[in-house]
Design a protein around this ligand. Structure first.
Ligand code: FAD
Length: 106
C-alpha cells in the first residue's frame, strides 16, 4: 500500500493549493465541480481508513464552496480534524491562505 505519510503530505499540498487558487466568487458550475471533486476525492483516496474518516467528517461538516475563504476554512478544519486524531499540532486557520497562496514551504 502507498506510504500514508508521503501520500498525506502531498495530498494536503494538492488540496490546499486548489483552495488557494479557487475563485473568490466561484460560479455555480465551479461550486458544483468543487463539491463533486471533494466527494470523489474522499471516495477514491487510497488510504481506506483515512477515506472512511474523511467521508464521515464530510457528513458531519458539509463542504463549504461559496468562496475561496469558505472552502479554505472548511478544508483547514478537515485537516485539523486529522491533526487532532494523529496527535499533531492544530493549525491556526486564520493563516491558511498565507501558508498556501505562494505554494508549499516544506
Ligand atoms: P501534514 O499533516 O501532511 O501537513 C502538511 C503541511 O500542511 C504542514 O506542514 C503545515 O504547514 C500545513 N498544515 C497543517 N495543518 C493544516 C491545516 N489544518 N490547514 C492548512 N494547512 C495545514 N494519516 C493517518 O495516519 N490516518 C488518517 O486517518 C489520515 N487521514 C487523512 C485524510 C486525508 C484526507 C489526508 C489528505 C491525509 C490523511 N492522513 C492520515 C495523512 C496525515 O494527515 C498527514 O498528511 C501525514 O501524517 C503527514 O503529516 P505531516 O506532519 O507531514 O503534515
Amino acid at each position: 500500500p502507498p506510504d500514508v505519510e508521503i501520500l498525506g503530505r502531498s495530498s494536503w499540498t494538492l488540496l490546499h493549493t486548489i483552495a488557494a487558487t479557487y475563485p473568490d466568487t466561484p460560479s455555480r458550475t465551479q461550486q458544483a465541480d468543487m463539491l463533486r471533486f471533494v466527494d470523489l476525492f474522499a471516495k477514491l483516496y487510497p488510504c481506506w481508513v483515512c477515506a472512511d474518516d474523511f467521508q464521515a467528517y464530510m457528513a458531519r461538516r458539509v463542504p463549504k464552496v461559496a468562496s475561496r475563504d469558505d472552502f479554505g476554512q472548511w478544508l483547514c478544519g478537515a485537516h485539523n480534524d486529522v491533526n487532532r486524531k494523529l496527535g499533531k499540532e492544530v493549525f491556526d486557520c486564520s493563516r491558511w491562505l498565507e501558508r498556501w497562496k505562494t505554494g508549499p514551504k516544506d
